[in-house]
Write a protein that binds this ligand. Structure first.
Ligand code: PMT
Length: 217
């Protein structure tokens, strides 16, 4: 009976009508979490960028978006409709072209420079206007200073827990069917979840969310 919103996949930031900036997120991790939440009885809406994989549980509603701006609007709107569980798993672009061209940019042999503007941070926006109840879970994908960066994001974005995956761990992160993560909670406790299928990792993450909803740790 709980309501959950999950962000998923990459975003695409248009350079011109035929080119974009994006990343390697497949949507597998977020879809596994959405399916697990739905299996446990939550009413789940996924806000997904253009992903390779979408949730398979029939109860999950999917709202498709393309850009970081579209994902921001949809996720903030869904959160505003009332939400017990928020899982921010999308790999949202941090920068977007300042002035995308309406027509295909032609090459003329010279160098080209793209000016990029920062995008809006969905997690930070939801975290700063959050209600005291409910659970907000974020992700951190890191290459260096992983623990420090994850803990800093947990605090800065006012979340209850953050799931760290490192690009340095084989079998973890983008695209693969497995993941290896550490869950950090706001109370300072943490849990290592060893390399396992994204479905098994999703189940362990949802166990953490359930405990926080029940007021445990
Ligand atoms: O999709 P898969 O191929 O299965 O891969 C899964 C994953 C690697 C994408 C996933 O496990 C993951 O780590 N997702 C977060 C990736 C990321 O962009 O992390 P970040 O450290 O840049 O962002 C920190 C947090 O802020 C994340 O919860 C992110 O969703 C959120 N964020 C970031 C930028 C932004 N503009 N808005 C946000 O909400």
């Amino acid at each position: 009976g709980r309501r959950a919103v999950v962000t998923s996949g990459p975003t695409r930031e248009a350079i011109d009508p035929v080119r974009f900036i994006s990343n390697h997120s497949s949507g597998k991790m977020a879809s596994a979490i959405a399916d697990e939440l739905s299996r446990r009885g939550a009413q789940v809406t996924v806000v997904s960028g253009p992903a390779a994989v979408y949730p398979s549980h029939p109860g999950v509603e999917v709202r498709k978006v393309v850009s970081a701006e579209e994902m921001y609007r949809a996720a903030v709107e869904e959160y505003g409709r009332g939400c017990d569980i928020t899982v921010l798993c999308a790999a949202v672009a941090d920068f977007t072209p300042a002035s995308p061209s309406d027509t295909k940019i032609k090459k003329d042999g010279s160098r080209m420079t793209l000016e990029l503007l920062p995008t809006k941070d969905i997690a930070a926006a939801i975290g700063s206007s959050r209600r005291p109840d409910g659970v907000i879970a974020g992700f951190a994908l890191e290459t260096d200073n992983a623990r420090e960066n994850a803990l800093s994001k947990l605090r800065r974005k006012n979340m209850d827990m953050i799931v760290l995956n490192s690009m340095r761990d084989p079998g973890a992160g983008f695209g693969v069917d497995t993941n290896k993560v550490t869950v950090f909670r706001r109370d300072g406790s943490s849990q290592d979840i060893p390399l396992a299928s994204k479905r098994e990792v999703a189940s362990a993450i949802v166990d953490n969310i359930e405990k926080l909803l029940e007021g445990g740790c």
